[in-house]
Design a protein around this ligand. Structure first.
Ligand code: NAP
Ligand code: ZN
Length: 351
């Protein structure tokens, strides 16, 4: 038995998302069902819907920044009740038993974490994401949205928030640490707020100065345009940590030259093509080039609580279902301030 739910679905790589109907499973004992109210648009939605990363499953219903209100819970659910404000990020299941799951690093589950969309449940059923009116998820993958956060501006934290919070914490962003955030988009504008709240000295490296005022209002101490080659001369050997949120390939060596001795550049941006860099850019300063993959469920709840405590939320442009294709184009053109969020009540079944 299943329930039919309106959703926006992509038929094939590069196709526009169109109204459709999907099935949501009936509640299992430990399931939470919720009305999706807001769904953030992550650049990863676009990469996957366009087939950038390979292995895409169609039809695809994107969306892994999903928030709403609980409508029903299974009999074994203990953490949530009808009416609770909840969210789901990039994962909806994992084995819960392997060495990584027990440490709360479900994204590295040895059985393979089940992604919220463009994935398959362990029984082979394709997963469909948050560009829809309702979702059913095991309670272990549901997080609570703190009362201090409005739901619409909290939605992007489910991916953009955790993806930047996790490496900032891991690499010690805090007082006395100089952090650069590359790219002032969905991830970047949240990273600036989190790094600032952690007490780090924050610099934004954006293509232009057009978003400087916003960057400084969100907590950046300095703001530079990477289109100006002088920036790379002025900032040589300046940063302990660079968080690269850019969705396209960068001249990596040039950015590595901005690290102090022992500094780390951590990539969260996931361009389709490989990057290249010279080993000497690392060797020359005991530097490290790293990556970071979202974050586990306990850390996602910790991040939400941290954001609530520090007044951190996404700056959003609310759109309706008919504007998603246009929003994807604007995101690709770096023309987003700073996250599009879909009012999912505007999603209707196909005409
Ligand atoms: P976004 O909103 O499009 O932001 C990316 C920003 O990168 C843009 O706003 C732009 O900032 C900058 N940028 C874009 N093209 C550029 C270019 N050619 N050269 C230099 N800068 C450029 O995207 P997002 O949603 O934040 O996602 C960013 C990336 O992170 C995507 O690749 C996404 O798939 C990936 N991601 C990874 C994870 C993970 O777990 N690792 C999780 C979520 C997302 P400026 O205008 O300020 O220059
Ligand atoms: Zn994402």
């Amino acid at each position: 038995m299943t329930t039919l739910t309106p959703a926006l679905s992509v038929a094939s790589a590069g196709a526009a998302p169109v109204p459709s109907t999907i099935e949501r499973r009936d509640l299992r004992d430990d399931d939470v069902a919720f009305d999706v109210q807001w769904a953030g648009i992550c650049h990863s939605d676009i990469h996957q819907a366009e087939g950038d990363w390979g292995g895409a499953i169609f039809p695809m219903v994107p969306g892994h920044e999903v928030v709403g209100t609980v409508t029903a819970v299974g009999p074994a659910v203990t953490k949530y009740a009808v009416g609770d404000r909840v969210g789901v990020g990039c994962m909806v299941d994992s084995c819960q038993e392997c060495e990584y799951c027990v440490k709360g690093l479900e994204q590295f589950c040895t059985q393979g974490a089940v992604l919220t969309y463009n994935g398959k449940e362990y029984d082979g059923t394709p997963t469909y994401g948050g560009y829809s009116r309702a979702i059913v998820v095991g309670e272990a993958f549901v997080v609570r949205i703190p009362d201090a956060l409005e739901l619409d501006v909290a939605a992007p934290l489910l991916c953009a928030g955790i993806t930047t919070y996790s490496p900032l914490k891991r690499y010690g962003a805090g007082p006395g640490v100089k952090v650069a955030v590359v790219g002032m988009g969905g991830l970047g504008h949240v990273a600036v707020q989190i790094a600032h709240a952690l007490g780090a000295e924050v610099t934004v490296l954006s293509q232009t100065l057009s978003k400087q005022e916003d960057g400084r209002a969100l907590g950046a101490d300095a703001y530079y345009a990477t289109s100006d080659r002088q920036t790379f001369r002025d900032l040589r050997s300046s940063f302990d940590l660079i968080v690269n949120t850019v969705s396209a390939n960068l001249p990596v060596d040039r950015y590595l030259s901005l690290l102090r001795v022992g500094g780390t550049m951590v990539n969260v941006g996931a361009p389709a093509d490989p990057d290249t860099f010279s080993a000497f850019s690392l060797i020359g300063g005991n530097r490290a080039l790293a990556g970071s993959n979202i974050g586990g469920i306990p850390e996602t709840q910790e991040m939400l609580d941290f954001c609530a405590e520090h007044g951190i939320a996404a700056r959003i442009e609310v759109i309706d279902a008919s504007q998603v294709a246009e929003a994807w184009e604007r995101t690709k053109a770096s023309d987003v301030r700073y996250r599009f969020v879909i009012d999912t009540s505007t999603i209707t079944a196909e005409q």
